[in-house]
Design a protein around this ligand. Structure first.
Ligand SMILES: [Mg+2]
Length: 267
């Protein structure tokens, strides 16, 4: 076996291509922090020396992560240069380098890291979950997101997804608590055997969140999860909501680092 084709060399990152992709959104995606009618993403393709290719996608969402496509593209292009000539097998130290170089560009880092991991796994003909050592591959029920819109439009969307088999609805809420309750109530009254996730995208005050939960409980709605109801820094508030309502609370925007995740788990 020549040195050039040894397994280690085979994983050397030889080329990285990045290109913009505009994905029109059928229903304008409205959450408490903003609206989106077009997903302005980037696709990233990594080619290893042995020809294996991996694909990643960077999905900057200015209203949530502070990155837009121009800054994401610039960051990804610069980061890509630092990855050329490195071995995809060193994916952990590469991720550290990406983080050191661009701590405030998580979408750019995510796209690149995904492409590198995808290429590395494809080169070894293993699925990503095997790389992590184990997997829990039980079937799970997924949900469908309903953006913030009028009760009529909410109902129309929910009916459409229900007909396609969805029973778990992730309702974007957090701008108008009374309207939120009415939207969920309308769906609850129309469609049997469904559950709700309430994703506030940091839009609720503690008081509004408690009003929202008791409003949903009053009409008999099944609220299985509250996602990021309060501003990201208010971890004590999230903890209080969890204990006061009995509804599990998921942190989303609150977690941007391993340290954030540890703190959330601790609380
Ligand atoms: Mg969320």
């Amino acid at each position: 076996m020549s040195r050039h084709n040894s397994p280690v060399n085979a994983h050397i990152i030889q080329r990285i291509e990045i290109w913009p992709v505009d994905i029109p959104i059928t229903d304008p995606f409205v959450v408490a922090t903003g609206a989106r009618v077009m997903a302005e993403n980037l696709f990233i393709r990594v080619t290893l020396r042995d020809g294996t290719q991996g694909i990643g996608e960077a999905a900057p969402f200015p209203e949530v992560g502070g990155e837009d496509r121009p800054t994401c593209f610039a960051a990804a292009t610069e980061l890509a240069q630092a990855m050329i000539g490195q071995s995809a097998a060193d994916y952990e130290s590469l991720a550290d380098r990406l983080h050191e170089q661009a701590p405030l560009q998580p979408a750019a880092r995510c796209g690149l890291e995904t492409a590198i991991l995808d290429a590395y796994c494809r080169a070894q003909s293993i699925p990503l979950w095997r790389l992590w050592g184990t997997a829990d591959i039980r079937e799970r029920e997924t949900d469908i997101t309903i953006p913030i819109c009028s009760p009529d439009r909410t109902l129309e969307l929910a009916r459409g997804w229900y007909a396609r088999g969805f029973r778990l609805f992730k309702m974007k809420v957090g701008t108008d608590v009374e309207l939120d309750i009415r939207r969920l109530h309308a769906v609850h009254d129309t469609l049997p055997d469904i559950g709700f996730i309430g994703d506030g995208n940091q839009g609720f005050s503690r008081e509004d969140c408690l009003r929202f939960v008791s409003g949903v409980k009053q009409f008999g709605g099944r609220l299985v999860l509250l996602e990021q109801p309060l501003v990201r820094d208010d971890l004590e508030g999230l903890q209080a909501i969890r204990h006061l309502t009995g509804v599990p609370v998921a942190a989303d925007e609150s977690v941007r680092s391993l340290g954030d995740a540890r703190e959330v788990v601790r609380l």
